[in-house]
Design a protein around this ligand. Structure first.
Ligand code: UDP
Ligand code: MG
Length: 310
């Protein structure tokens, strides 16, 4: 008998817990036929609604259902990490509770791993139907930008829905960083990944937990976690402004000697000072971003805290 661990991060998903379970159970016969058992880990990421009682009800009905209950909201990345750490399966899959990641794909994904020897099977959505256009626009810009800046490949539209072998999971767990950007981590560990594509499915019930601002901060986290190009940009800007300054000094000296005027040019001086101090603050900000990440990293705080486990 093999074991398949199913990790489900939940944050205020009371309406979706049971729907998800029912949907998952439709694949049960397939896996039974292949001698695979389930282990379902609901990770409650500090929900403020009835998520925990819902999972407990399921746990009473079905002993394969487990609950990892966080002491507060630590974010989806932390929930995924906790699920991976607690999972015991030979195969591990994580999917969202809102049925945007259809469990019906699981048999096909499993097939790629056992029959074709892939280490992981990941999914990406090829459309962004149902998403605000402005969000899609910035999402696209983000992916093209980060792929230019980072050597780790980060796939546009990739979801966190992914089936992995134990070896792949152990590789991910060996990355113990505090600032976790899964989309980058999955790419960084390597191995072979099969990509399945599907059209975006809108959330069944409840609403998305990601505001535009949260996504923006997440995007910045992703860039600082997987690229140091912004630091190089800061240095390049510094060099460019030094060269400009030298040229200006030479021009000013020549003007003084040849034409004898040295008092004109006050407005342009103000412009230059404002521009250069702006660039300086911008570069300082970039350095600050990396410093703050380093600061959080060296504190070695736990990524999550568990309040209760069933
Ligand atoms: N989620 C979580 N912690 C958070 C935010 C979200 O565990 O702080 C879970 C959420 O319950 C869901 C999944 O992560 O199962 C994806 O969230 P959501 O559907 O809101 O994101 P979207 O699909 O809109 O990107
Ligand atoms: Mg969703």
């Amino acid at each position: 008998m093999k074991l398949l661990s199913i990790i489900v991060p939940c944050y205020n998903e009371e309406e979706n817990i049971r729907d998800f379970y029912d949907e998952l159970m439709k694949t049960e016969d397939f896996f039974k036929g292949h001698d695979v058992d389930f282990e379902i880990l609901y990770v409650n990421d500090g929900s403020k609604d009835g998520t925990v009682p819902e999972v407990k009800k399921l746990h009473e009905e079905d002993e394969r259902v487990h609950l990892i209950n966080f002491s507060r909201n630590f974010g989806k990345e932390a929930a995924i990490y906790a699920g991976l750490q607690k999972s015991k399966g030979d195969f591990v899959v994580m999917l969202d509770c809102d049925l945007q990641d259809p469990p019906a794909l699981l048999p096909e994904m499993y097939g790629y791993i056992v029959n074709e020897g892939y280490d992981s099977v990941a999914t990406r959505r090829v459309t962004r139907k149902g998403e605000p256009p402005i969000r899609s626009f910035f999402a696209r810009r983000f992916y093209s930008l980060i792929n230019k800046m980072s050597r780790t490949e980060i796939v546009d539209g990739a979801r966190d829905y992914r089936l992995m072998t134990r070896q792949f999971v152990d590789a991910i767990l060996s990355m113990e960083e505090y600032n976790r950007f899964s989309k980058g981590i999955f790419g960084w560990v390597g191995f072979t990944t099969k990509w399945l594509e599907y059209e975006n499915i809108e959330r069944k019930k409840g609403e998305t937990k990601w505001s535009f601002w949260k996504l923006f901060v997440y995007a910045l986290d992703g860039i600082t976690a997987f690229s140091t190009v912004p630091l190089a940009v800061a240095s390049v800007l510094g060099v460019v402004f030094c060269i400009l300054a030298v040229i200006l000094i030479i021009v000013t000296i020549i003007r003084k000697i040849v034409f004898g005027d040295s008092t004109s040019g006050w407005p342009s001086l103000v412009c230059i000072i404002s521009l250069v101090s702006g660039v300086q603050l911008f570069c300082l900000g970039i350095v600050g971003q990396y410093l703050s990440k380093t600061y959080l990293e060296v504190k070695r705080r736990p990524i999550y805290i568990v309040k209760e486990e069933l």
